[in-house]
Design a protein around this ligand. Structure first.
Ligand code: O7M
Length: 212
């Protein structure tokens, strides 16, 4: 069954916790990135740990292997269950993230193609396909692929097989959750849920749409 992943890009700890707690019964994981961690600190992972949901650190790690490893070790020590890394820095850098994740029983996902319009400038022309191949050869747990381009998800699925695809870009960015849900393992939703007047009700609606 396709998962619903809440992208918790809010800027204060109290509302992050309130939205996460209210939405928790309807979501399968929570993705936390720079906006919330820079605003509330890495300790937000411990604050949300009690919900019993996997916490995915979206830091799109993109450095040399040693620095990647140091970043990932901090992330997993803070209580996260998964890390998202870029692959364009090369297979040694990606493998450093995968190794750090797997050493703690965590997961690592590689960005294969992004969802915004400008992503086509660099990811298209074979690069996304190569990044998906890199995810496979680096033994990553899966990839990030764009909900705004379902046809591209299908191409990338052909490369990564049964590995996980998490897909952002529905709702606020225009992707259709019902279409994307059939192609991926998890749909990532941010603003449509956390900016809704009733985030829990909106999370419930999204869950129903992607699981139907
Ligand atoms: O639903 P939104 O548009 O409010 O939020 C989408 C989330 O997914 C937000 O946290 C983005 O940073 C993230 N995201 C994309 O929108 N597009 C991408 O190509 C990749 C990501 C992402 O999660 O990368 C790991």
């Amino acid at each position: 069954m396709t998962e619903l992943i809440l992208a918790l890009d809010v800027l204060d700890r109290k509302s992050a916790i309130a939205i996460a707690e209210a939405s928790a019964p309807h979501v399968d994981a929570i993705k936390i990135g720079y906006p919330l961690v820079l605003a509330a600190g890495l300790g937000i992972a411990r604050d949300l740990g009690g919900l019993g949901l996997p916490l995915i650190a979206d830091f799109k790690v993109a450095d040399i292997p040693n620095t990647n490893r140091l970043i990932c070790e901090q992330v997993f020590a803070a209580g996260f269950d998964a890390i998202i890394a870029h692959g364009f820095t090369g297979s040694d850098a990606a493998r450093a993230c995968v190794a750090a994740a797997h050493e703690t029983g965590g997961a690592c996902y590689i960005v294969a193609e992004m969802s915004h319009p400008g992503a086509t400038e660099f990811f298209h022309g074979g690069t996304a396909e190569r990044l998906a191949e890199l995810a496979v050869t680096s033994r990553a747990d899966g990839i990030i692929a764009p909900a705004t381009r379902p046809e591209r998800i299908a191409v990338l699925r052909g490369i990564i097989g049964s590995r996980t695809i998490y897909s952002p870009g529905v709702g606020a960015q225009g992707g259709d959750p019902a279409v994307v849900a059939r192609l991926v393992d998890g749909v990532i939703v941010g603003r449509s849920i956390y900016e809704a007047p009733d985030p829990a009700a909106e999370a419930e609606r999204y869950a129903a749409r992607i699981r139907q």
